[in-house]
Design a protein around this ligand. Structure first.
Ligand SMILES: C[S@@+](CC[C@H](N)C(=O)[O-])C[C@H]1O[C@@H](n2cnc3c(N)ncnc32)[C@H](O)[C@@H]1O
Length: 220
């Protein structure tokens, strides 16, 4: 499915979020705590926007790896970067091909919702981050309070599938709202991060309550 939607993915993100997704990614990068010279992993990187935001943060002395299992997404990500600073690599988030403690932080943007096994994916991210480093999950969440809950229902259940039809892939953009609905709520996801062995778990809601950015620290 992700190979199929790769070509329309960036445009759909831009339209569905009115361009706000860039700001959410910058926030996720800030929360990851990586700085100049750092080493970061972006899991399920897709077309690479979060990995590229991490690369801007770590600068020329840092290193960023963006991994995904969709070759089409990866080839678009590779085309986006001029200097080739991010290494975009094929892999499975549920079995990361990286050594323990090998990154200062690991992020996942709009990807955890798609993991076939959420706990395995979170445990893998925690495994590859060094003690003291952070795991960050940027994800869509279902607002519970009106009026946003009402807007969200109309937007996600009616407008997004319609946009998907216009973009030529109705199935993928019907899958999106259903994947959000079955994903844990913010407190539930916080508990899953803690179950993956992370401490100091916290989250913030942004985008009027439809976006959650969770983070947890790998214990010393
Ligand atoms: C909705 S896209 C998000 C892309 C990107 N992170 C972003 O912020 O826009 C979800 C991505 O997760 C990837 N993905 C889902 N499960 C995966 C897994 N087990 N291993 C690697 N990539 C995975 C898909 O291929 C897809 O590119």
């Amino acid at each position: 499915m992700f190979d199929r939607i790769a070509r329309v993915y960036d445009l759909m993100n831009q339209v569905m979020t009115a361009g706000m997704h860039h700001r959410w990614r910058e926030r996720a990068v800030e929360i990851s705590g990586v700085g100049p010279g750092g080493r970061a992993l972006d899991v399920a990187t897709g077309t690479g926007d979060l990995a590229l935001a991490l690369a801007r943060r770590v600068g020329p002395d840092g290193e960023v790896v963006g991994m995904d299992f969709s070759e089409e997404m990866l080839s678009l990500a590779r085309r986006k970067q001029a200097g080739g600073r991010v290494s975009f690599e094929w892999g499975n988030a549920l079995e990361l091909a990286y050594a323990d403690d090998s990154f200062d932080a690991a992020t996942v943007g709009f990807g955890a919702r798609n993991f076939a096994d959420l706990d395995a994916g979170l445990a893998e991210m925690a495994r590859v981050v060094r003690p003291g480093g952070r795991v960050v999950v940027l994800e869509i969440t279902t607002p519970t309070r009106p009026p946003l809950s009402l807007f969200f229902r109309v937007w996600f259940d009616r407008v997004v599938p319609l946009l998907g039809r216009v973009a030529g892939d109705p199935d993928a953009y019907e899958y999106l709202p259903s994947s959000v609905r079955r994903f844990p709520d913010p407190a539930g996801l916080g508990a899953r991060l803690a179950a993956a062995g992370l401490v100091d778990v916290r989250w913030l809601l942004t985008g009027g309550g439809i976006i959650a950015i969770h983070s947890g620290r790998v214990p010393a």
